[in-house]
Write a protein that binds this ligand. Structure first.
Ligand code: URA
Ligand code: SF4
Length: 189
């Protein structure tokens, strides 16, 4: 399947009950040939309204961290979420909703073929790295799975709530920049 076809199918998805309360499916955005894929938890209110990932306050902060290491959704990364539809009241997506939605992310990964996947926060890290993953203890560390490097960092929304964690997150992006220079071929031109 090709990327635009996958996107069109995903936009019509009714595999889980989140389809009943969503305004827009948030498929993701960025460079389809990105070597670095960022994965958040799920759309919030702004994302649901606009149909785009990370467009609210946490998105602004994420874009600042990306810019600090010469990354951007306009040129060299792709940004997606574990669930593509907003959970009501921004509650955590339920295990069955995550499971229902994972095939979309799997297909995105199969088409993009990223070298590095960065999990934004606990939900993505526990889904993609290990069910008992601790972001507090293990953020910034790289784990290889089937030839792809996975790393988790603090969710930007958590940084907005607790700005004292911002230096930790910045350190993760510096580690990411280093990893990109080691394993990527065209992210930095
Ligand atoms: N938080 C997320 O996890 N994903 C988004 O797209 C926006 C906020
Ligand atoms: Fe489909 Fe995922 Fe939306 Fe559920 S959250 S309806 S599985 S796109």
């Amino acid at each position: 399947m090709e990327f635009e076809a996958l996107r069109q199918q995903c936009l019509a998805c009714t595999r889980c009950p989140l389809c009943e309360t969503r305004t827009h499916v948030v498929f993701g955005m960025g460079a389809p040939d990105a070597e670095v894929l960022f994965v958040g938890e799920g759309p919030g209110q702004n994302e649901d309204e606009q149909g785009l990932p990370f467009v609210g306050r946490s998105g602004k902060l994420l874009d600042q961290y990306l810019d600090a290491v010469d990354l951007s959704r306009a040129s060299n990364v792709f940004i997606a979420n574990i669930v593509k539809c907003r959970p009501p009241q921004n509650r955590d997506p339920l295990p069955e909703e995550r499971a229902a939605c994972m095939p979309w992310l799997k297909e995105q990964i199969a088409l993009i073929r990223p070298k590095i996947v960065v999990c934004l926060g606990r939900i993505a890290a526990q889904q993609l790295i290990r069910p008992d993953f601790s972001v507090t203890r293990e953020h910034g560390q790289f784990f290889e799975q089937e030839g792809v490097w996975y790393m988790a960092t603090l969710h930007p929304a958590a940084l907005l709530r607790n700005p004292r964690q911002k230096p930790d997150a910045f350190g993760d992006f510096v580690a990411l920049r280093q990893k990109i220079t080691e394993v990527c071929t065209h992210t930095y031109g």
